[in-house]
Design a protein around this ligand. Sequence first.
Ligand SMILES: Cc1ncc(COP(=O)(O)O)c(C=O)c1O
Length: 394
Amino acid sequence: MIPYGRQSIDEEDIEAVVKSLKSDWLTQGPALQKFESDLARQCNADFAVACNSGTAALHMAYSVAGIGPGNVVVVPANTFLATANAAIYLGADVRFCDVDPDTGLMTTETLSAALDDRVRAVVPVHFAGQACEMDAIERLVRDRCPRATIIEDACHAIGGTYRDGTPIGSPRYASMVVFSFHPVKHIAAGEGGAVTTSSRQLKEQLEQFRCHGMTKDPEQLRRPDEGPWYYEMHSPGFNYRIPEAACALASSQLAKLQQSVAQRRKIVAKYHDELGGIEHLSLPPRSHLKTSAWHLFCLHIDYPALGRSRTDVMASLKDRGVGTQVHYYPVSLQPYYQDRYRHTEAQFPGAVSHYRRELSIPLFPSMTAAEVEQVVSAVRHVLTSKSNVKRQVA
Ligand SMILES: Cc1ncc(COP(=O)(O)O)c(C=O)c1O
């Protein structure tokens, strides 16, 4: 079975992890410092603060942005649960904006409808690896909600660029940019996450939140003369520290990021060449070939017109050894958020239309040419075979 996504680990990665395990440090050591400086360099950011998941990174970023009770955080309906949940952890409200039905992205039009005086943070999500139009989003937020902090959720998008060619993660349009290093992402650390920023103050606050809210900074201490062992906590944080072995793996993977994104783009170009022109099937825009990091390759299938359900198409692809996944059931319609805010499907026509048509097919750098061929021929067969259609309709 070819999964829709998976990590690609080579001997260099294994050696890096073994080396870290044999060192004096299992946490908070030189591998962490190296990974943070490698990541900041990759992102053209002054600082990167690594932690143990993308979810933790979102929680850290929202917290140091000052999000709390009474505030509203705007997130797109088409995202993973964590983008919204991190605001709930802080006692804030989530307001979901709709997305473009074809790209699945927040746009200035969908965001505009969600902005008002209560909004303290706006979180564009670079879904599937494509960048949101950050220059226009930033202008809109500055104009309508000057007190709001922009925090990008780039968990899908390291290795891609904004329209102007700046690497994603550069805090050019946002105060902070958040990443995940879960195994299906571009950089696998087992579990891991990070926040990039160009503000030293935010960097220091992020570090404190990552480690229980502890500080040893003499300028912050109420009792600076207490002794060398002494630390203080002025506001509680969490234990979001990332182990050294995970940092060593992440640095080793990061060194191969350009290669692995290039490999993803090669597979995507092949999908575009081989899957164009199939009835009831739309592909993501080819124009994103140079800018998207291509975390996912999202097919859009008009299932009613095809005469088959998505469950049935997925089962037929699985019979041919091809794993697929659906990204995402709109988070705004998850029972928790539906009950909390009385949401209806009609409020999110873009996200619902995107969800109803979406199917992510396998895309990861270590796919062999034969596996790519297997996916292409399975998709072609399942979507075009007349006998299949007749069998299912009957
Ligand atoms: C868009 C998005 N944001 C946040 C996260 C959370 O990352 P993690 O799984 O590392 O906690 C994910 C993970 O799938 C994600 O896809």
